[in-house]
Design a protein around this ligand. Structure first.
Ligand code: CTP
Length: 400
């Protein structure tokens, strides 16, 4: 999927540099050509020999390397690449990039290029959260640099939090995305995700327990296959994925407007837990206690069913419409009936009874209901469910 692509991989000085050795292998497995650059600090963590042996290419380390100046100028080196990948992207390298400094080979290449750049940050959690690094990240994003990770987890330094470098396969996906490559390249997909909040008054609302984790994973998986994703999300617990157009909404009605504005699309995936009802008359001011024992009574009105509406469109109906069903009993029967009722092509049904721990958890056990019947998938991580679904969508849209 990356055949013929040239990646210039800059390996910075961090403990995560060991993962960059695997990254070289993974990129090459997919057909990319990897030209490695190892910073001076990077050489403290992995050896030049292992990097060049894995890449099967000459390793570049020094700005004033005359032989290589004769073979290929350093400026040229960054320009022939399709993508520059910085992994691990240390706090120091990111600071140099944000300031436009060029005092070693890596920073010079990054300044001399007009090729897209992808950074996989890796550093101690305090360094990542430090205002200086956050400021540099914002500057780099503004300059058009894309990011993958950092992930949250245990760190080599014994602390816990965001700062771990993304895993090699996640970086490979981000590379494919940055290159606009993959079987869904050229396809537009609208994804809804997260809960909706339906206001009662300016300070109160009705919500549900959806974390947005499954929808977010689906957005990421579709983007990883090269799709242009419009990600319409309610107030979710998890941040939206990288590499998608994010549209933040609160209520079901706002979500519906955003979805219609995003059409036409090749596919729609409706993973949001949209509130079925809203409060009929939202109070413009905070509802106060009366003191005489009378209690407020909430009257409900039905929200628009976004999935059913989009499924029944004539002109703008996406070629493939996928809905979700969260059921607590008779999963297949209820989901099959829901597919008919809503008029969508597929329903991904899951059992959300409390004992499954699925709602808000990291795993999912789903059944894919289509015209062909019900297909049960084994219990797996929400990321894996998302990757499978994205691959099936690519197949259905006739992508190669
Ligand atoms: N959905 C939607 N708009 C709504 C409600 C639901 O787009 N107003 C979508 C969800 O994103 C999901 C699917 O419809 O893809 C199933 O939602 P669900 O709430 O389970 O459907 P209901 O018809 O409300 O079924 P039930 O009452 O059995 O829960």
């Amino acid at each position: 999927m990356l055949s013929g692509k040239r990646i210039l991989l800059i390996i910075g000085g961090g403990i995560a540099a060991y993962k960059s050795l695997d990254l070289i292998r993974r990129l090459k497995e997919r057909g990319a050509q990897v030209t490695p650059v190892l910073t001076r600090a990077g050489q403290e963590f992995v050896t030049p020999l292992s990097v060049s042996a894995l890449a099967g290419e000459k390793l570049h380390t020094d700005l004033f390397d005359l032989t290589s100046e004769a073979e290929m100028g350093h400026i040229q080196l960054s320009r022939v690449a399709d993508l520059l990948v910085v992994a691990p992207g240390t706090a120091d390298l990111m600071a140099k990039m944000a300031q436009g400094r060029a005092d070693d080979l890596a920073s010079t290449l990054l300044l001399a290029t007009d090729t897209p750049v992808l950074v996989a940050p890796a550093m101690n959690v305090r360094m990542w959260l430090h205002p200086a690094t956050q400021r540099n990240t914002a500057v780099l994003r503004g300059d058009g640099v894309s990011f993958v990770g950092p992930n949250e987890g245990d760190m080599a330094c014994g602390e816990y939090g965001p700062g771990r470098m993304a895993e090699p396969l996640e970086i490979v996906d981000a590379v494919a995305r940055a290159l606009g490559d993959g079987p869904l390249a050229g396809k537009r997909v609208v994804v809804t995700s997260g809960p909706t909040h339906e206001p009662i008054d300016p300070v109160r609302y009705i919500a549900n327990r959806s974390s947005g984790a499954q929808g977010t994973a689906i957005g990421a998986a579709l983007a990883a296959l090269g799709a242009e994703v419009v990600f319409v999300t309610g107030p979710a617990d998890v941040p939206p994925p990288d590499g998608v157009e994010v549209v933040k909404v609160e209520t079901a009605r706002e979500m519906r407007e955003a979805v219609h504005a995003a059409l036409p699309a090749d596919a729609g995936v409706f993973a949001a837990a949209v509130a079925d009802w809203r409060v009929a008359r939202e109070s413009g001011s905070k509802i106060k206690k009366t003191g005489d024992g009378t209690l407020p009574v909430l009257e409900f009105a039905e929200n628009p069913d976004i999935l059913a509406e989009v499924s029944s469109l004539t002109g703008d109906r996406p070629e493939l419409v996928v809905g979700f069903a969260a059921e607590t009993d008779d999963v297949v029967a209820h989901a099959t009936a829901k597919r008919d009722r809503k008029g969508c092509d597929w329903i991904l049904a899951n059992d959300v009874s409390p004992e499954t721990g699925i709602m808000g958890g990291s795993e999912n056990a789903v059944v894919l209901i289509s015209e062909g019947g019900a297909e049960s998938w084994p219990r797996m991580g929400k990321d894996e469910v998302a990757r499978r679904l994205a691959a099936r969508i690519a197949e259905a849209l006739g992508a190669d």
